[in-house]
Design a protein around this ligand. Structure first.
Ligand code: AOF
Ligand code: ZN
Length: 379
């Protein structure tokens, strides 16, 4: 529909519909299994002066199938003929339970396909676009590729690094502290930033804290936003010496929300058994003989092996520092509040200035008095 329009107008239209498709894809982010959450919009110009209109929409279904394109084409029916399809990821080229989406787009008579991110899956990588071009469709890849890749990052990390993606989130006081030395919780961020944190939790498969944070805060680590409670992530506590008591919140709720404790295998057998009876899953870890710290790369690989695609590290200066030192932090969320802690403050392992050197800023919001910064690693 855009062929007769000037190039800049066409580009603006493409970006507008792709932005809508990216927002649509976010709805199933984290609930499509190992499949990425992709969205498709089928758009046509009705030539009635009203401009382009959406005639079909699809999001990758829960668990991963059917794919977005198949659903959008079904909704569009005959209206797909001559239309433009917006897809947040290159359409697939492999035979699963259904024929490849790229072939379905050709068969439906779609005239033009605009895509955002390319698919690193070796069964697809470039082949999806090639099928479309061979079918005579006009292909425009790379529209809002960065934005789409940011939402697909857990999937992209799994292909690029063969491990779950790690996001470290920390709330910093105005003077760069996480809290007061020697414990004691300080409320650094306000209610809007706290709700945003719950939204971030809902988009992760697992949330990880250190035993210190568990003992100090006895946190719930769930997603308490209306309608999203079922999206609460699995909870992981790093507690190599297995000091977690049976009467702490996470253990008491382990029957309803999957809870993992990472401990050395030689810890007290009776306590291990009692925790297991309470519903906790114990994950074995190795520790460094000198520092007593958990071997994180191995732990992250183990979490990947049980189907976890992304992990949100939320607790403790030491845990945060260990993940940073191990080079395992792919994304960083730093929320700077307006409180000043002063002398007694526990310095954060990274501040905004250091973050800007190693990471690329992606999103930034202002929530009340809080400044919310998101970064991704530069490599
Ligand atoms: C698409 N549209 O909505 C999604 C795609 O296990 P399968 O057969 O479903 O294939 C998984 C692969 O399909 C996944 O690795 C990625 O390449 C692609 N995901 N492709 O055309 C979609 N979710
Ligand atoms: Zn597909």
């Amino acid at each position: 529909f855009t062929a007769s329009r000037p190039a800049n107008e066409r580009r603006a239209t493409d970006e507008r519909f792709m932005a809508a498709a990216i927002r649509l894809a976010m709805r199933h982010s984290g609930i499509t299994g190992t499949n990425p959450s992709v969205a498709t919009l089928i758009v046509r110009d009705e030539k009635d002066g009203q401009g382009p209109r959406i005639v079909g929409r699809g999001i990758t279904a829960l668990g991963g199938r059917p794919h977005a394109e198949a659903q959008a084409l079904r909704e569009a029916g005959e209206a797909a003929r001559g239309a433009t399809a917006y897809v947040t990821l290159e359409p697939c080229a492999h035979h699963g339970r259904t024929p490849p989406c790229a072939e379905a787009l050709v068969a439906a008579g779609v005239a033009r396909v605009v895509s955002a991110a390319s698919d690193p899956d070796p069964r697809v990588n470039g082949k999806g676009h090639a099928i479309l071009a061979a079918g005579g469709l006009e292909v425009q890849p790379g529209i809002l590729a960065g934005e789409a890749a940011s939402d697909l990052s857990a999937y992209l990390t799994r292909h690029a690094k063969n491990r779950p993606e790690v996001t470290l989130k920390m709330a910093l006081s105005a003077d760069g502290c996480l809290g007061v030395r020697g414990g004691g919780q300080v409320h650094i961020t306000g209610p809007v930033a706290n709700r945003q944190t719950h939204l971030v939790r809902a988009r992760h498969d697992a949330i990880l804290i250190g035993a210190g944070t568990l003992f100090d805060d006895d946190p719930g680590l769930d997603c308490r936003l209306p309608g999203l409670a079922a999206r609460s992530p699995r909870r992981i506590v790093i507690d190599p010496d297995l000091r977690t008591p049976l009467d702490i919140g996470l253990v008491r709720t382990a029957q309803t929300t999957p809870t993992f404790i990472v401990a050395r295998p030689d810890t007290d057998g009776e306590h291990r058994e009692a925790l297991r009876r309470a519903g906790v899953t114990l994950v074995s870890c190795d520790t460094d003989a000198e520092t007593g710290r958990v071997a994180l790369p191995e732990l992250i690989d183990d979490l990947g092996a049980i189907g976890i695609l992304n992990v949100l590290v939320e607790g403790g200066a030491k845990v945060g520092e260990s993940f940073l030192k191990a080079g395992l932090v792919d994304r960083l969320i730093l929320v700077q509040g307006s409180v000043t802690i002063g002398e007694a403050g526990l310095k954060a392992p990274i501040d905004l200035e250091e973050a800007k050197r190693a990471y690329r800023p992606t999103r930034r919001y202002r929530f009340g008095a809080d400044d919310w910064h998101e970064f991704v690693r530069k490599d």
